[in-house]
Write a protein that binds this ligand. Sequence first.
Ligand code: M6R
Length: 617
Amino acid sequence: MCGIVGYIGKGNVAEILLDSLQRLEYRGYDSAGLAIINQKNELVVKKDVGRISNLRNEIFQDFQSHSCTIGIAHTRWATHGGVTKANSHPHCDCKNKIALAHNGIIENYRVLKELLIEKGHVFQSETDTEVLVHLIEEVYKEKKGNLQFAVVEALKLVEGTYGIAVVCTDEPYKIVGARNGSPLIVGIGEGEMFLASDVNAIMPYTKNVVYIEDREIIVIQAEKDDQLKTYDLNYERVSKSVSVIDWDVDAISKGKYETFMLKEIFEQPDSVSTALRGRVVLSEGSVKLGGLNMTEVQVRQINKIIITACGTSWHAGIIGKYLIERFAEIPVEIDYASEFRYRNPIIQEGNVVVVISQSGETADTLEALREAKRKGAKIIGITNVIGSTIARESDGGIYLHAGPEIGVASTKAFTNQVVSLALLAIYIARLKNMPLYEGEKLLKELISIPDKIAEVLNHAEAIKEIAVKYAKVSNFLYLGRGFNYPAALEGALKLKEISYVHAEGYPAAEMKHGPIALIDENMPVVFIAPKDQLYEKIVSNIREVHARNGKIIAVTNGDAANINEFIEDYILVPQTIEEFSPIINVVPLQLLAYYIAREKGLDVDKPRNLAKSVTVE
Ligand code: M6R
């Protein structure tokens, strides 16, 4: 959460910082600010609550005329201290010479704050971050002229997580950055340098990126031979290599769509195709997964898999469990990443931990990965963001290849996660027990999924009409069975996230054990009811809701005549096999949530209180 950016170069600093910040806005959008060193060698700090567009208005009255070369900026997702201008970053020292933007949490900030107040420091905000800039000031007093030293020594006193960018008017040609637990990258341009929380921020400017690791300190400046120096906390130089990003700038623009979320929903036929490309070997009924870094013997020896993830990725993980158990016949446990590390997960020889994360930066998931590693597990990371921390810390993995997902509510990453898990399940199964004809049959079905998603998208207008009808309702129930129970959870999460309507996802058969008490004429119930082995059972559940006057919306490819008299609205989806059906069935649920939120006039790309990448625990 929170996005930070830094820039040194001859471009328009304010414009570049704001532009880069805007592309990080999905990391948090409670408030934003920037600090620029002007030609008189003064720090000019501008902040505002709300969106970056507010800040932009303020800045363009003042900054356009300055030709400055260095600045840092921040977009905030509040943790410590309310959403106020004073709590917005960057924060400054007492003399207004040092400015700092921070992503993370300083856990021991209270003790440090008391010590600093005793030494005469005056605080302007309620944030944990502000202690860090005063600590840097304190060290800087002793060893003037060495911002890097001051940052390192201050960081040695701090407990917690950070990705930081620091500038100082006494050294107006450099930005010092550091990382511990919050992502940080450096972009190398032509005579200009960038620092940012992730690559999205700087994509229009450069594709040459250096990933910074935990406990590394960087000093960037624009001079050609000295652009980036990286050190550890003992001042030893660390050598780094430059990676070239292959995402296109178009991938991070809305194109013809009104929002990123809608664009990403409609991209799913393509993104699923990309996830399958080059991986399906039909003639062998098998799958190529180059990045797993496991020998066939090691794969055959897997005796248990533990899947861990958060949010939407966790929902994909449940489907992954069902797929692996059914195809590969290996026991699979699934756990929220935030719970995993605080219990005592039993990890033994032959166990593999699969970590799923779109961003590859989710703090809970990353810490679960590290705990599993400490216990000796082999880690398979399923991530979308290439070079993300989870991707780098995993022993092997599968990239989703969904392209950048900007909308805070995850859509195309989910479908690609399920597809990747299906590929993994088939890959393991074929190395163990699955016959060629079975692998071939499954893969043929899998490659037909993009066209079937496209068919669902053709019904977007009809789904919109249903959404308009229910837009004023304040509670929803989503019910599914088997492989579509996680789809029900995901449908409910989408609605909660973007429309602020209370929604519960439940296994349909569990309804009678409690939630049935909620049902009356005001409760719409979305049934995910594909024609599979559980169809007749779910029809019984539909009848139970109907008998209690609940309003039923059915997502089905079943015989409508069979359920017609009980349902209010239905969304027809194409037929596939039970195991892959949630990949298709989730799409109308995404659209339903989307159109309900739009009907309510809400900002679906940046729902309140949320951030795309949750980098705090
Ligand atoms: O980047 P990750 O997949 O690790 O993110 C996990 C969750 O924070 C994420 O899926 C969240 O639930 C989304 N907002 C769902 O739309």
